[in-house]
Design a protein around this ligand. Structure first.
Ligand SMILES: C[S@@+](CC[C@H](N)C(=O)[O-])C[C@H]1O[C@@H](n2cnc3c(N)ncnc32)[C@H](O)[C@@H]1O
Length: 214
């Protein structure tokens, strides 16, 4: 089941304002906290695939930590921005692909990166199954997902107001995840969880690292 036309149009519409808009909505601090955690997950990785890379904002954080990164997204407008950002790196390819069923063979990658993808797709389990299929045995699944979980009430309300002001209605399948629920879905896809934590001061993100054992 590929992403729908409604989702495609939604993400295309946001692309030109996505980086500035997102920083305004969630605040710059969480990006720094995530960067610190994320860069530590990628040491000497050879082949890395990112699904739902958007404008390439997080892809850029790991370009010097991996031999080869393929950054993919279904939205053409997002990919145009990602190409502008990532075009300068010889070890990065930007490609159109659908996270429900990618064009890659089994067991190809040392790591898969999913940032802010699982809370906006209709079927997170399908995306995790696809990630499992294309990962090598021993490969890593690295997830970062912004969440309302653990946020103080007034911070959450403020974020909601800034979101609606900036983007209008939420993404078609938007739903906030919590670490327990996400860990369960990741385990059900066959992964073994190595690390899961909430990072951030006011705004929070779930950061999870899991392994494909066989
Ligand atoms: C919330 S944005 C996150 C973008 C980026 N990872 C970030 O955190 O800045 C979600 C991204 O997932 C992409 N996306 C949604 N459904 C998808 C699908 N079925 N296949 C591939 N990409 C998809 C959207 O186009 C959008 O760029």
């Amino acid at each position: 089941m590929p992403g729908s036309r409604e989702e495609y149009e939604y993400w295309n519409r946001l692309a030109s304002k996505f980086d500035d808009g997102s920083i305004y909505v969630v605040g710059p601090a969480i990006y720094q906290d995530v960067k610190k955690w994320l860069t530590n997950q990628f040491k000497d990785m050879s082949m890395v695939l990112e699904l739902g890379c958007g404008t390439g904002y997080f892809s850029q954080m790991i370009t010097d930590r991996v031999k080869h990164l393929i950054a993919t997204d279904m939205s053409q407008e997002m990919l145009e921005r990602a190409k502008e950002k990532l075009g300068q790196y010889n070890n990065v390819e930007v490609r159109k692909d659908d996270c429900y069923g990618t064009s890659f063979e089994n067991n190809m990658f040392d790591a898969i990166l999913l940032v802010n993808l699982l809370h906006i797709v209709k079927e997170p389990n399908t995306v995790l199954n696809e990630s499992y299929r294309v990962l090598k045995p021993g490969g890593r699944l690295v997830i970062v997902d912004l969440t309302g979980h653990g946020m103080p009430f007034f911070s959450k309300m403020g974020l909601g107001i800034r979101y609606v002001r900036t983007w209008g209605k939420p993404a078609p399948y938007n739903h906030s995840l919590n670490p327990t629920e996400l860990s369960k879905t990741v385990k059900e896809a066959g992964f073994v969880i190595e690390d899961v934590k909430l990072v951030g001061r006011k705004t929070k993100a779930i950061c999870l690292n899991a392994k494909k054992v066989k």
